[in-house]
Design a protein around this ligand. Sequence first.
Ligand SMILES: NC(=O)C1=CN([C@@H]2O[C@H](COP(=O)(O)OP(=O)(O)OC[C@H]3O[C@@H](n4cnc5c(N)ncnc54)[C@H](OP(=O)(O)O)[C@@H]3O)[C@@H](O)[C@H]2O)C=CC1
Ligand SMILES: Nc1nc(=O)c2c([nH]1)NC[C@@H]1CN(c3ccc(C(=O)N[C@@H](CCC(=O)O)C(=O)O)cc3)C=[N+]21
Ligand SMILES: [Mg+2]
Length: 287
Amino acid sequence: MTAALIDGKAEAGLLLDEITHAVENLRAKGQRIPGLAVILVGEDPASQIYVRKKREDCAQVGFTSQAHLLSAQTTQHELLDLIDRLNADDTVDGILVQLPVPQHIDTETVIERISPTKDVDGFHPYNVGRLSLRLPTLRPCTPYGIIHLLDRAGETYKGRHATVVGASNIVGRPMALELLLAGATVTICHRFTRNLRPYVESADILVVGVGKRGIVNSDWIKPGATVIDVGMHRDKSGRVTGDLEFATARERAGKITPVPGGVGPMTRAMLLQNTLSAYTRRQRSPE
Ligand SMILES: NC(=O)C1=CN([C@@H]2O[C@H](COP(=O)(O)OP(=O)(O)OC[C@H]3O[C@@H](n4cnc5c(N)ncnc54)[C@H](OP(=O)(O)O)[C@@H]3O)[C@@H](O)[C@H]2O)C=CC1
Ligand SMILES: Nc1nc(=O)c2c([nH]1)NC[C@@H]1CN(c3ccc(C(=O)N[C@@H](CCC(=O)O)C(=O)O)cc3)C=[N+]21
Ligand SMILES: [Mg+2]
C-alpha cells in the first residue's frame, strides 16, 4: 500500500481563505481589523524564519501585525513590560512570544503574563486547564491543527487507539488531550518509555513529535494506520524532514502527513484562527 498524503499546505490555504473572507466582511462593515503581536527575543535563525512567516500569513489574510524583535540581552523585566503594554493595547488581539526564549528568561513567567484572552498559542495555564475540562478556549495550535487535518481526512476516534510519541507542553501532551477529548483511547510515550514498539504497532492513529530522527522505526507502523509526523529537522542545505523515515512510513500507512507541507503550515493557520477567535470574543466582551 502507498498512503494517501494529508496535504497540510492545501488545508491551511483553505482555512486562510475563510479567514480572509471574514476579514473582508469586517472591513465592509467598518469594524476594527484583528491584530497579532509577535515577540522574538534573540537572533536564532530558525525562529527568525518562523516569525517572518507568521507576519506574511497575517498580511495574506488582512490582519494587522506587529513584530517586536528584541536583542538576546533583553531582560525578563523588559519583556514583561512589553507584554503588559500589549495586554493593554486594544488593537492587539493575539500575543505570541516565540519559543525558546534565552536562558536568563523564565518561560513560564512569560507565558503567565500574557492575558489568557490574548494567548493565541494556548499555552497559558488558564487555557490549558480549560482545555482539559473540555471548555471552550484558545487551543495549542499544533495539536489543534492536527485534529483539523484528521477530521478533514475523515478520521474517526471512538474505539480507535491513538499513540502519541513525545509529551512536551506544546506538542505531545496537548495532542494526547485532544485525541482523548475526541474519543480515542490514548497512549502517551516519552523519554522514559522502555519499549516504544508495541505502542506504535497497535496504533490506529500515530502522532510522532520528538525532535529526533530514528526514535520511531517506520517498520513498526500498523498497516493502514494514520500517521502524523510533527518533527522538523533542517539540514545544512536547508532541506526539511520529519522524525520518521518517510518512504518506509508511506509504504505502511493508510494516510500520512509529509514534512514539509504537513503539520507546519496547519499550525500557522491555527494561529490565525485563534487570533480571529480571540478578536471575536474580545469584541463581545472587552476587558
Ligand atoms: N510543525 C510544527 O508546527 C511544529 C513542529 N515542532 C517539531 O516537533 C518536534 C518536537 O518539538 P517539541 O515538542 O517542542 O520538543 P521537546 O524537545 O520539547 O519535546 C520532545 C518530547 O519528546 C520526548 N522524547 C525525547 N526523547 C525521547 C525518546 N527517546 N523516546 C520517546 N520520547 C522521547 C520528550 O520526553 P520527555 O517529556 O520525557 O522529556 C519530550 O516529551 C521538533 O522536531 C520540533 O521542531 C514543534 C512545534 C511545532
Ligand atoms: N510561541 C511559539 N509558538 C509556536 O507555535 C512555536 C514556537 N513558539 N516555537 C517553535 C515552534 C515550531 N513551530 C512551527 C510552526 C510552523 C512551521 C512550518 O510552517 N513549517 C513548514 C515550513 C518548513 C520550512 O521550510 O521551514 C512546513 O513544515 O512545511 C514549523 C514549525 C511553531 N512553534
Ligand atoms: Mg503553536
